[in-house]
Ligand binder design. Structure first.
Ligand SMILES: [Ca+2]
Ligand SMILES: [Ca+2]
Ligand SMILES: [Ca+2]
Ligand SMILES: [Ca+2]
Length: 113
């Protein structure tokens, strides 16, 4: 399992969706913290940018850039076999999307990479 610490990730991407880690101890959508880790319904890990359980980043107007970055990184690591993109370097790995608010520190801004 590989944690991708970045901004929002489009975990629904066809070349990634089968390699996304899921928190099987958490029951989706019931409004309860089933696994007791202080995050409610965090079946796909936690989005610290939006402070929600959905790794897709909803913070406009830079969300498209941010989302593309994490999705691209995840694809390099774990693009699925049989997808049009080159096979990920660890295509059997599972991706844990972790969204952190690094837009508040300019030196780590993905636009400056
Ligand atoms: Ca797929
Ligand atoms: Ca939880
Ligand atoms: Ca739950
Ligand atoms: Ca989100």
């Amino acid at each position: 399992m590989v944690a991708v610490i970045d901004a929002g990730m489009d975990y629904r991407h066809a070349e990634l969706n089968d390699n996304i880690w899921q928190n099987l101890d958490e029951i989706a959508g019931n409004g309860l913290d089933d696994d007791g880790n202080d995050y409610v319904d965090d079946t796909l890990d936690w989005d610290f940018l939006d402070n929600d359980a959905d790794p897709i980043f909803g913070f406009a107007p830079r969300s498209a850039n941010f989302q593309d970055h994490a999705t691209h990184v995840a694809g390099i690591i774990a693009a699925e076999a049989g997808s049009p993109a080159p096979l990920g370097v660890a295509h059997n790995a599972q991706i844990m999307p972790l969204c952190l608010p690094f837009d508040r520190t300019p030196r780590q801004d993905p636009q400056n990479f």
